[in-house]
Design a binder for this molecule. Sequence first.
Ligand code: C5P
Length: 218
Amino acid sequence: DDIPVITIDGPTASGKGTLADEVAKALGFGVLDSGALYRVTGLAARRAGLDLDDGTAVAAIVPTLDLRFADGHVFLGQEDVTARLRAEATGLLASQVAVHPAVRQALHQWQLDFRRLPGLVADGRDMGTALFPGAPLKVFLTASAATRAERRYKQLISKGIPANMESLREDLEARDERDKNRASSPLTPAQDAQLLDNSALSIEASVDQVLNWWQKRR
Ligand code: C5P
């Protein structure tokens, strides 16, 4: 528990990934994009033709996943799955498999293994509540649904991935509902989390706020 961790949880497209990357860069820490693990699990389960409602079957493929993070890209075996993972359809697959306690359990230790010196910034839904409850700084990041849909839209378009604003917003809201209402590690702020609404904040301002909290951490 001596290795410092900053957790950043919050709803879909609230800017967790960008904030986590920037804070990690500033502090020289590593990053855990826990959503990528759920996304790759959902994708692999779908490709294997599994019933996504069968938590035991989906959990069983987790140990077989050959996943590698390199220079901002994600490889599944030899395949660069970066763009496929970011697609909104894959986000929906992820949230479907993420409801199963067996799947969350199968991903638990893998996520803990990302905690290495000199420190970690972990982003997801349950980093502060389930994975790293003792983290000295926990951030719960929010933004309005309209802001989030717009950001996700721009993000996808800039990567050359086709997107539709209306259906994006519907997808985000469906995913948020499922994440908040599931029984196993639902999306909710840790009791001691710092709340940050970045709807009207620049990325720099959000990063500064988190670095400021980090300097004043207990
Ligand atoms: O953060 P991202 O959008 O990549 O996450 C995709 C989905 O994976 C989320 O909607 C959520 O259902 C699930 N997830 C989770 N717990 C995490 C990270 C992601 O349940 N720590």
